[in-house]
Design a protein around this ligand. Sequence first.
Ligand code: CP
Length: 313
Amino acid sequence: MNKSLIDFSSLSSEFIFSLFRQASINKKNLAESISQQDVFNHKMRGTAGLLFFEPSTRTRFSFQTACARQGVHPLVMDSFQGTSLEKGESVEDTILNLAAMKPHFFIVRCADSIPLKEISDHLDIPIINAGWGVRAHPTQALLDIFTLFEKWNELSEKKILFIGDVKHSRVFSSHRQLAKILGYQLAFCAPDEFSFNENESTGLLKFESVEEGLCWADAVVTLRVQNERHDLKQTRNTNLHNYASLYGINEKRTKLLKKEGLILHPGPINYGVEIEREVLKDSRSVVLQLVENGVFIREVIIQKILAKEILGE
Ligand code: CP
């Protein structure tokens, strides 16, 4: 049996809501204890290998913050430089060798080509998936939904519209799994190049226009155009100019969203492409609240691992 969080395939709604409850407690404790300066007074509880084989700001630093709050020393690998990966050692061998140093757990961001699940199956040390190619980004989906749950106090039947590059989005992949467990509705609006074919989109509502989707939604998640995964300039309908005019979230379009609607973006943002800078000032934008809540969600996952409570398979 493994204790990893690679995706949501074996998590129950009860377990996920217990994560949310503990994250809220951690948040309250932090707010109340900052003046007492006792938040970081944990005894050292071990080490964690933070292995980021792809770039990251929010996920990496929020896991580092969460480790610090839980008294876990993070051993961070954030580039190939200075490691034996430069000499051709594989990611798999790198993880196996670091596992021999007995960290309490790993946090790994890597490409699709890395067999993360198989590596996890062969280790007795838990792995937390911190973004695995286009396959899954479970802690991002959890922090998104924790933030919405904080605002609404319910999720069932809530309608969440994703705009943009759903095809290459690990965030959207994780939401497809999580929505089935927690009962929220998903829809998307995307240019053909970023969209699914009929078989791939079973159970998903698709809007042809952003305007129509925004009128339907309780929350909108506008996704980053992932320039590193495809060349937009090669495609007629998805060049940067057309993308913003057809799919970008601007002040005019936000008027279509409900008054109590919410605006999310997982970051990093291409301003003027998927979202205009002024939209972040809209009272319905929770973009930085997502980042704040990301630490609490990651902290509670670390607590579960330290308490040896099973997360997944
Ligand atoms: N949302 C997210 O995963 O951001 P980073 O790539 O900066 O970690």
